[in-house]
Design a protein around this ligand. Structure first.
Ligand code: SF4
Ligand code: SF4
Length: 82
């Protein structure tokens, strides 16, 4: 139970396999903000005209589905070359 409580405590930096995976936008992103508006939980913030995904999210994929540029990917951004 303690480990579960720590997982949801932002001051504890619990790392689990796959935790580095996140949504990110490719260079096709034009900063329209549609993903930000569609996110039901407010996990996406716009930062310098680009979406910035928070964690954890519901994995509902609304941001992905509604991006007019098809610019959203999921995975480890550092291994994509972007
Ligand atoms: S919806 Fe797509 S193009 Fe628009 S800001 Fe989000 S990632 Fe960029
Ligand atoms: S998958 Fe859903 S909850 Fe997660 S960032 Fe995208 S729209 Fe928001």
């Amino acid at each position: 139970m303690g480990a579960l409580r720590d997982f949801f405590n932002p001051s504890k930096k619990i790392k689990i396999k796959g935790m580095q995976d996140t949504f990110y936008a490719t260079d096709e992103c034009d900063g329209c903000g549609e993903c930000y508006r569609k996110c039901p939980t407010g996990h996406i913030k716009m930062k310098d005209g680009r979406p910035d995904w928070g964690k954890p999210c519901l994995m509902c994929a609304q941001c992905y589905d509604f991006c007019p540029k098809g610019a959203i990917r999921y995975g480890d951004p550092s291994s994509s070359g972007k």
